[in-house]
Design a protein around this ligand. Sequence first.
Ligand code: 5AD
Ligand code: SF4
Length: 490
Amino acid sequence: MRAKARCNVPGGDSREFPAGWCGAKTGSMTDERKKVWVKSYGCQMNVYDSHRMADALAPEGFVETADIADADLVVLNTCHIREKAAEKVYSELGRVRALKRERAAAGHDTQVVVAGCVAQAEGGEILRRNSGVDLVVGPQSYHRLPELLRQARRTPGVVDTDFPAETKFDVLPAASREKTLARGVTAFVTVQEGCDKFCTFCVVPYTRGAETSRPVAAIVAEVERLAAAGVREVTLLGQNVNAYHGEAEGSGAASLASLLRRLAAVPGIARLRYTTSHPRDMAGPNGDWELVATHRDLPELMPYLHLPVQSGSDAILAAMNRKHGRDEYREIIDRVRAARPDIALSSDFIVGFPGETDRDFDDTMRLIEEVRFAAAYSFKYSARPGTPASELPEVPEHVKTERLHALQALVDRQFKGFNAATVGRTVDVLVEKPGRHPGQLGGKSPYLQAVHFEDSAAAIGDIVPVAITGVSTNSLTGERVGAERTRMSA
Ligand code: 5AD
Ligand code: SF4
């Protein structure tokens, strides 16, 4: 008897057809061959979420494709942090709608999903601005994706921007071992989400909701699965990751420091990182500076700290509701450097916040000169709807532009100086991928610098000592100088 398969039919239902007929009869493919194309905008948490959405769709028969023209399902995982980021989504949606029409003319259905922070912030407005969108889904509802897609197949134009009582982390399926391996030997794991700080410029408390932390046991289980598939380095993610206070494995709440110590004991995990931290949470809930001490005591914790300060002016920090001043930030940096003198520091800066004077901006430049950052991300202030700062008069655009250029020139000099200071040193490199040329490998130093080096013996996932001999614009070059510290199979 000829094998049968369930095929999608217009209207969102499915019927039984002889295997192999689905594409021809209905214009859509069998469930086994459905393809999803996911694009991530913005932060690393969106990259993690995109993976988890793809994992949630895998049991539904979706495989990922790199070719949007092939996709039965297009997911844009969006960012709302600045106006430019949000507007990018609408121009992409214009192109996606045109593609959807072309595919429809060729007999193929395409579902279009807008996920992420623009979805959360703008909800049904997205459907009004672009008729090609089938589903708008906020960051807390990804575990409902399969059900929401079925609903949207019946009636396109579904919006789910709830903050449900059940957490997505309890329900989202894990990636297969093969998929994990294909994603590489470094991985992100969200441990904390949301923010209660309410900086006056920021949409995150509205789009990601109140701060919540995942229990230690759930994170350990996820990291053990990743390690078993070959992951060597895990970056713990959270909008306020150092405010982490998840349920401990025994009783009570665990700190980020204790979580890091626990994860360092997972076999196979060689490196840990975390991002993004808030200066106010560096001292810890008991003021014991446990996290700073962990940078001294835990070899698996890499010497890198991303600690956004946003501005070096006390007046602007107060207007931003950052809840600390420039001296407090300097004191934190001093403590961190005392614990781990070689640590690489990075920060975010906003220029042209409402009311920022030349003097305020000079304070920021002086702070940068005093601290010396290994890297920094800088942005022109962008008024976001609904935030308190959006009510204030703006600094002229040309002033923002001048300040951004000056600040970026300074941090670029510091970035280059930090890299140049690595020349002549030997650093451990986690091998992540083949290099630009045959026989070359690429990976990262403990300080998150990209390193390329010649080596035909090392494998992806090995950690090898590399003598740094040169710098190019954005990376270091070097030579392998000894036996690997740990092998992939360790
Ligand atoms: N305008 C400009 N930059 C912003 N950021 C957050 N909100 C805004 C805004 N409204 C920056 C901050 C933050 C980073 C993720 O994005 O520097 O740390
Ligand atoms: Fe936004 Fe401030 Fe929260 Fe960071 S701490 S996510 S900048 S509100």
